[in-house]
Design a protein around this ligand. Structure first.
Ligand code: DP6
Length: 362
């Protein structure tokens, strides 16, 4: 079992340098959903996601020798150009929790600036992109200071592991095209501790897939993902759900390998509805979909039935609809999206996105 605790990663205090590291990291959209966790950010079932492109976070990390020895973690944090104490507190807690993996974080003063490509109020979960961008900065910092992690596979695996500790879904964002997280019997190298790349095992049609994000509501969610995961512990359907996720994953991977869009779409839509059904069967039960989420789902299904176009939906833990379709039908579906779906979006807000190449060091 991998253990990243490393007491040797301590700087010689007479020779602490300063520098700056920046990464851009994308969000991702799960097809088989991670919903339910245990221990330290360990998933109850394996999940797979497509890596997005437009929806991303840029994180700029400057560091210098720490002078203020009264604080455990010395951090100034800016979100979209403004100091943000609420986010700073979360990151301090996160960095403090990493002190056995990256002991050097306590020897440095950090200024971290972060910005999202999507509006903060769009209702898009930013934890996957922001936590993966931060994890990538920390791994590059280790690599720069200690000459470690020179192998790309090793680097990304550790970045994925660290991302997971910040937010489970973030661990899948460090790879191009698709990432798979969670131990699954027949999948080589799969692990609950980090995600693995999955771009080589999927049909090329998925590498240019569209994922247009239809913003149904920009408001803050009534129940956070963190609280939602916790409610799975008392959910009567939890055990069959975890079994189902494993079975669906295998069927989905086979469909993604062959390019079978019908099976892909069927499983993907059922996963989205199952996720929301689990929320509705939690105690207390809650509903994150809005009337327009349902209206869009109906319109997408009707359009598909009428035209035969392979256009599907998924949702994350919120009301927004992710519209999935292959690039080769873009011109056939764009009028439908503009005339039938965009008017149902809050303030007409849609974020067109596509499968992307993963994080970029800036
Ligand atoms: C519905 O990764 O946001 O998007 O680990 O508590 O940060 P934490 O949860 P988070 O949960 C995401 C759940 C999901 C499905 C998924 O991305 O697999």
């Amino acid at each position: 079992m991998i253990d990243y605790k490393n007491p040797k990663l301590i700087l010689d205090s007479s020779n602490v340098k300063e520098g700056k590291i920046s990464w851009q990291s994308p969000s991702n959209i799960a097809l088989v959903k991670y919903w339910g966790k245990h221990g330290i950010q360990l998933p109850r079932n394996p999940s797979i996601s497509l890596t997005l492109d437009e929806a991303h976070t840029k994180t700029f990390m400057s560091y210098s020798p720490k002078k203020n020895l009264d604080v455990d973690i010395d951090l100034d944090f800016y979100f979209e150009g403004q100091p943000n104490q609420a986010f700073a507190n979360k990151i301090v807690k996160f960095l403090s929790g990493l002190s056995e993996i990256f002991p050097f974080v306590k020897q440095l003063k950090f200024k971290i600036e972060s910005e999202n490509s999507f509006p903060h109020s769009s209702g898009i979960a930013s934890s996957a992109s922001s936590m993966s961008a931060l994890a990538l900065c920390l791994c590059t910092l280790e690599s720069d200071l200690f000459g470690t992690l020179k192998d790309d596979k090793e680097f990304r695996r550790k970045a994925s592991y660290i991302s997971r500790l910040g937010s489970g879904s973030a661990c899948r964002s460090v790879y191009a095209h698709a990432g798979l997280w969670g131990t699954s019997g027949s999948i080589k190298d799969s692990s609950d501790l980090y995600a693995i790349p999955y771009q080589d095992e999927i049909h090329k049609i998925f590498k240019t897939f569209h994922d247009d994000i239809l913003i149904v509501s920009q408001g803050e969610k009534a129940v956070s993902s963190r609280a939602g995961h916790a409610l799975m512990d008392g959910n009567d359907y939890a055990a069959p759900r975890y079994k189902q996720a494993n079975q669906r994953l295998h069927r989905l991977l086979a469909a993604m390998k062959s390019g079978d869009l019908e099976t892909f779409g069927n499983i993907t839509e059922n996963e989205a509805l199952t996720l929301h059904a689990l929320m509705m069967t939690s105690n207390p039960a809650y509903i994150l979909m809005k009337p327009n989420s349902l209206e869009m789902i109906n319109r997408i299904r009707n359009f598909r039935a009428d035209t035969g176009h392979p256009i599907y939906f998924t949702l994350d833990a919120g009301p927004n609809i992710h519209l999935l379709y292959p690039d080769n039908i873009y011109f056939d579906v764009k009028d439908f999206i503009q005339t039938e779906l965009v008017p149902l979006c809050e303030n007409g807000m849609m974020i067109p996105d596509k499968v992307g190449l993963g994080p970029l060091q800036l």
